[in-house]
Design a protein around this ligand. Structure first.
Ligand code: PAF
Length: 290
C-alpha cells in the first residue's frame, strides 16, 4: 500500500475507521507524533512502530502552542517533501500534516492540558507553558487516532514521562513507548535543532554527552554522591567556551524531583540542557540502581 497523506482531521478519521473495519480486529495502530524535519531518531521510532503494529500513522505538525514568544517557531526547520519520502520508504500507512488552522481553528484555543509538578521542573522551568502545549497537542492527536501505542524518543526525557502521566490520569487507552536516543558518530544526540549550529558549535556540542558519559563512568565505579557526580560533569562542560548551561540536574526517574544521592534501588535521571549561541540542546543519562 502506498503512503496516504491527509491534511484534515475528518479525512484521517474516515480513513482509519474504514481501515479498522476492513482489518477485522487486526488493527493495532502505532503512532509517531513529530514536528517534521525527520532524522534517524524519528526513523527509529517509525521502524519500531512498523514492527509492532498493523497500522502506522505519523503526524507532522510544528505545534505553535509549545513555543514560547522568544523561541524558534518561525525558523523551525521544515522539509515536508523529504519527510514524506522517508515515511514512504519506512512503510508508514498514513501521514497527517495539518495546518495550524485545521488543528486549532480561527479563535485562540481555550483548552490546555497541564500536568502538575512533572511539567514544572527541568525544561518546564526554563520554557514556561512548553509542556502544556505538548500535552494539549498530543492529547488531541490521541483523540483523533486512538492509537494502541505511541512512540517517543528518550532524548526528550521529561516529555515522555509527562505524557505517560497524562494518559494515566485521563484514562487514555494508549501505551507510551520510550525509545533509545539515536546519536551522531561523535555522540551528539540527533535533533532537528542541530541544523542551527555553526561549525564551531557543532564541534563543541558533543561535550553534553561526554559529560554524561563521565558521570555514568563514575557512577559505575561506585560514586553515589550527587555533588561529586555533578563536579565530574561540570569539569567537562566548563571546558567548552561556547556553552551556556541552562541546567544540569539529578532527579528521581519517576517524580523528577531533585535527589542528593543515587539510591541503589531507584533510577536517577541526569539531565542537561545548554545553549550554544541561541540554540538550546538537551541530553540525559539514566543511572540505574541495582
Ligand atoms: O517531540 C516532539 O517533536 C513534539 O514535542 C511532539 C511530541 C511531536 C508534540 O508536538
Amino acid at each position: 500500500m502506498s503512503l496516504i497523506v491527509f491534511h484534515t482531521i475528518a479525512d484521517c478519521k474516515a480513513w482509519l475507521s474504514e481501515e479498522r473495519a476492513q482489518k477485522e480486529g487486526k488493527s493495532d495502530t502505532g503512532f509517531v507524533p513529530t514536528m517534521g524535519y525527520l532524522h534517524e531518531g524519528h526513523a527509529s521510532l517509525i521502524q519500531k512502530a512498523r514492527a509492532e503494529n498493523d497500522i502506522v500513522v505519523v503526524s507532522i505538525f510544528v505545534n505553535p502552542l509549545q513555543f514560547g514568544p522568544s523561541e524558534d517557531l518561525d525558523r523551525y526547520p521544515r522539509s515536508l517533501k523529504q519527510d514524506l519520502a522517508l515515511c514512504e520508504t519506512l512503510g508508514v500507512d498514513l501521514v497527517f500534516a495539518p495546518s495550524v488552522y485545521e488543528m486549532y481553528g480561527e479563535t485562540p484555543i481555550m483548552t490546555r492540558i497541564h500536568v502538575d509538578q512533572l511539567g514544572e521542573y527541568l525544561c518546564g522551568a526554563s520554557r514556561p507553558g512548553h509542556f502544556d502545549g505538548v500535552c494539549t497537542v498530543v492529547a488531541k492527536l490521541f483523540q483523533i487516532f486512538a492509537p494502541t501505542k505511541a512512540y517517543f524518543g528518550k532524548k526528550d526525557a521529561q516529555q515522555w514521562r509527562i505524557l505517560r502521566r497524562m494518559v494515566a490520569d485521563l484514562s487514555i487507552d494508549v501505551s507510551i513507548i520510550p525509545c533509545p536516543i539515536v546519536r551522531e558518530n561523535d555522540g551528539l544526540a540527533k535533533s532537528s535543532r542541530n541544523v542551527y549550529l555553526t561549525a564551531e558549535q557543532r564541534r563543541e556540542a558533543p561535550a553534553l554527552q561526554q559529560a554524561l558519559q563521565q558521570v555514568l563512568r563514575r557512577f559505575q565505579e561506585g560514586e553515589r554522591n550527587v555533588d561529586k557526580l555533578r563536579d565530574v560533569a561540570m569539569d567537562r562542560l566548563n571546558a567548552v567556551p561556547g556553552l551556556r548551561l541552562d541546567y544540569l540536574s539529578f532527579v528521581d526517574d519517576e517524580t523528577l524531583t531533585k535527589v542528593m544521592t543515587v539510591d541503589e534501588h531507584h533510577t536517577v535521571l541526569c539531565a542537561v540542557a545548554a545553549y550554544f549561541g541561541s540554540t538550546r540542546l538537551i541530553d540525559n543519562q539514566e543511572l540505574v540502581g541495582l
